[in-house]
Write a protein that binds this ligand. Structure first.
Ligand code: HEC
Ligand code: HEC
Length: 351
């Protein structure tokens, strides 16, 4: 018996060795399959982020960007109802005030939200965070101290190519209440980070409508149409995709008709889905597509009372006369740096 068991021992060792080797092999094959099936990034992430934290928590913080107050904090009283109606008018302007508007037909069918994204709350999406804190303010375009009502009507008359809304109307009161409510936590005189539009660096050449057309046909045409005409909603109450030129679009007195406003808007917001921290277009592309869209026909209006002091016109104001000696083409398309330099020299001389 003793002899027998002694002879068996190497065999048992052998069996154990084979079993262990097979187990290791199966383990390796299993691990490899896991990596292939669920992707190496995920597997690495397990080790880098032991908590399996959700991507929302993992996102880098943006502490100093303005955030709108929570909608759930709108008070449930008369004032709160006015704020909510104001928000509704920003989001669905056309339903109430468009060509078939239920309140009054006084604008072109666009919504304020088409340009003031997410009801005027998107960072660098032309939001309203700095309106309550900085108005009334002097604006050189009109040469007057402007109230929020006056500024809202500027957009009705130019961006929505329509009429002014009566300052004592329920609709105007609602819009102004909403704008006040949005900016209620911003200190007087302050413009929070993320307000308005991004300011792009100037190009060293004129913006090119020709390059812009190529880009438009690749990146914009699906939604805004071959002729910039947009795509109407099936029930005709407004636009699914708003027009960029032609009869239904903003007129040549609108903010977006200035190249820098259009380029800044598009850079941080278009094509749909772009954001200031994840833009889709380069600066050059944004300037060029701005040049193309703003070279196309659009409604006009009498602007003869704008800029009573012509020396205050912005660099990219596309209509003369000017005091700096540059022509309309350069003011419209750039390059803007030489104009900027010349204006500094003029300003220093007159000191
Ligand atoms: C076609 C685009 C467009 C539409 C539509 C539009 N706006 Fe504007 N709005 C602008 C631009 C561009 C500016 C100026 C941004 C700048 O100069 O930085 C502006 C500025 C404003 C401002 C001043 C913001 C500030 O911080 O000084 C207010 C208030 C405003 N719009 C309200 C409205 C309201 C209300 C509507 C709807 C009735 C509307 N806008 C529709 C493009 C538009
Ligand atoms: C996937 C569809 C889509 C694409 C692609 C797209 N847009 Fe837009 N665009 C929209 C929508 C939707 C709005 C209105 C946003 C809202 O109301 O919230 C808009 C609004 C605009 C506006 C302001 C409103 C107006 O009509 O004047 C401009 C300017 C604009 N887009 C330019 C562009 C440019 C330039 C491109 C290409 C670089 C582009 N868009 C690509 C969907 C698109």
């Amino acid at each position: 018996m003793e002899n027998h068991s002694l002879q068996d021992r190497p065999l048992i060792k052998m069996v154990i060795l084979v079993v262990v080797l097979v187990a290791i092999l199966l383990g390796l094959i299993g691990a490899l399959t896991t990596v292939i099936v669920i992707g190496p990034q995920t597997v690495i992430a397990w080790f880098v982020q032991p908590e399996h934290s959700s991507p929302v928590i993992a996102e880098k913080p943006k502490p100093d960007l303005w955030r709108p107050p929570a909608l759930s904090d709108v008070p449930e009283n008369e004032e709160g109802k006015l704020v909510e109606y104001g928000r509704e008018l920003i989001v669905r302007t056309s339903t109430y005030l468009g060509p078939n508007g239920s309140v009054q037909a006084m604008s072109n069918g666009m919504n304020c939200q088409n340009c003031h994204l997410d009801a005027g709350t998107k960072p660098f999406g032309n939001n309203y965070s700095a309106v309550a804190s900085t108005y009334p303010k002097f604006r050189a375009r009109s040469g007057t101290e402007e109230s929020i009502e006056k500024r809202v009507n500027d957009c009705f008359e130019r961006s929505l190519n329509g009429d002014a809304l009566a300052e004592d109307s329920h609709e105007m009161k609602a819009i102004v209440s909403y704008i006040h409510w949005l900016g209620k936590d911003v200190a007087k005189g302050k413009s929070p980070k993320g307000s308005g539009l991004v300011e792009l660096g100037f190009l060293d050449r004129p913006a090119s409508a020709e390059n812009g057309k190529l880009l438009y046909d690749q990146q914009c045409v699906v939604c805004h149409g071959k002729n910039g005409e947009g795509i109407a909603l099936a029930d005709n109450t407004g636009w699914q995709f708003p027009p960029l030129w032609g009869e239904g679009s903003y007129n040549h007195g609108a903010g977006l008709y200035r190249l820098s406003r259009f380029a800044g808007y598009v850079k941080a917001n278009m094509p749909l889905g772009a954001t200031y921290d994840a833009p889709i277009l380069t600066d050059e592309e944004a300037w060029d597509v701005a040049a193309y869209v703003n070279s196309m026909p659009r409604p006009t209006r009498n602007l003869s009372r704008d800029w009573p002091d012509i020396s205050k016109k912005p660099l990219d104001h596309p209509f003369g006369p000017y005091t700096d000696g540059f022509d309309e083409t350069q003011h419209k398309l750039g390059p803007f740096k030489p104009i900027q330099e010349k204006r500094k020299v003029i300003a220093n001389k007159s000191r």
